[in-house]
Design a protein around this ligand. Structure first.
Ligand code: NAI
Ligand code: MN
Ligand code: ZN
Length: 338
């Protein structure tokens, strides 16, 4: 089989590898589609502190089970599945309270262990979620990115009366916008980004109004309109954003962050406590695949609105460079394996 391998930072190769055999409690998936994510590009460049090399990347993928290990029902062969990349131990403290995404022995498929940019990939059987026939193969590859939005919104508990502000209209911001509107029915979703084309995508994905904060001051505009957001999501993840979000937030607002920057960001206790703000962080997803599959099947979210490109897996290197360099035209880029 062919696999996309980052041999060392900066060096990508398509390698011929032997077909992997599923271990006990594992399935082997014949991969059909896989999405390119910013974190794949980070592993490629050596900017992911968790990655070990050589590594088969890819953690957003869909395929068909073609082999099962011992202790897995052979009836699962032929099942269409999306794979949850979060592999957890099941018995540590976070696992015991339903938060396997921060398991003390967390292994992320495509980061800590070999992933889905490959003709075949093995995964624990319980990480392979059956996809109903009504969801297409391409859309099924989009379940994982929506689980990130499902996870952060589960912390934030949006409601229809919220005035939401989303920073960043990349893939993460767009899945958050769709979830806020389509799942939670949030009345007003405001989106800010620095790129005009991305704001247009935000609008197509349900934003009520958008604001280019490279051209003018967002705090001034919100003040002019008399708006104090009650729910804020930072899906841009620049360290400077948190203090601005805290300042803009309504008293009793909730703020969600998902950045991994190692740079310090300065916030004051006064600005948080005086308004009794709640600040949540969110990492990956804690068993949110079934929920997202249901949202997709019932049309509450529409993955098609994020997919801008689909290319053969052999073109992975050009596709990753395009994804990285061309934020104006690229959102989600899918690789097709065959
Ligand atoms: P992206 O880079 O495609 O999108 C970020 C967007 O934010 C861009 O459109 C950019 O123009 C905009 N932006 C940058 N600075 C801004 C500012 N000061 N104000 C307004 N907009 C600004 O990235 P993507 O894939 O959408 O991911 C967003 C972030 O989410 C990344 O930092 C990524 O590391 C993080 N992430 C976190 C996850 C988690 O589980 N916690 C999972 C996936 C991504
Ligand atoms: Mn991803
Ligand atoms: Zn654990």
């Amino acid at each position: 089989m062919q696999s996309v391998v980052i041999e060392q930072p900066g060096l990508l190769a398509i390698q011929q590898r032997p077909l992997p055999q599923p271990a006990a409690n594992e399935v082997r998936v014949k991969v059909k589609f896989a999405g390119i994510c910013g974190s794949d590009v980070h592993i490629y460049h050596g900017h992911n502190p968790f990655a070990r090399y050589p590594r088969v990347i890819g953690h957003e993928f869909f395929g068909v089970i073609d082999q099962v290990g011992s202790d897995v029902a052979p009836q699962r062969i032929g099942e269409r599945v999306s794979v949850d990349p979060v592999v957890s131990c099941g018995h540590c403290y976070p696992c015991s309270i339903g938060r396997p995404n921060v398991c003390t022995e967390l292994q992320v498929i495509g980061v800590h262990r070999d992933g889905g940019f490959s003709d075949y990939a093995c995964a624990p059987a319980r990480n392979a979620y059956r996809i109903p026939d009504s969801i297409s193969d391409r859309h099924a590859a989009m379940v994982e990115p929506f689980t990130i939005a499902a996870n952060i919104t589960a912390h934030l508990q949006p409601n229809a009366a919220d005035i939401a502000l989303v920073y960043g209209a990349g893939p993460m911001g767009l899945t958050v916008i769709q979830t806020l509107k389509g799942v939670y029915g949030v009345k007003q979703v405001i989106v800010t980004d620095r790129i005009k084309e991305r704001l247009e995508m935000a609008q197509e994905n349900g934003a009520d109004w958008t604001f280019n904060n490279a051209e003018a001051s967002l705090p001034a505009e919100l003040e002019r309109r008399g708006i104090r957001p009650t729910l804020i999501v930072d899906a841009a993840c620049h360290p400077a954003i948190l203090q601005e979000a805290i300042n803009l937030a309504s008293p009793a607002a909730r703020i969600g962050i998902m950045g991994f920057s190692g740079d310090a960001c300065t916030v004051t206790q006064h600005s948080i406590t005086s308004k009794e703000l709640s600040i949540f962080s969110s990492r990956l997803n804690s068993a949110r695949f079934p929920q997202v599959i249901e949202w997709m099947a019932s049309g509450k979210i529409d993955p098609q609105k994020l997919i801008t490109h689909c290319v053969p897996a052999a073109e992975v290197e050009q596709a990753m460079l395009m994804f990285e360099k061309d934020q104006r035209t690229c959102c989600k880029v899918l690789l097709q394996f065959d």
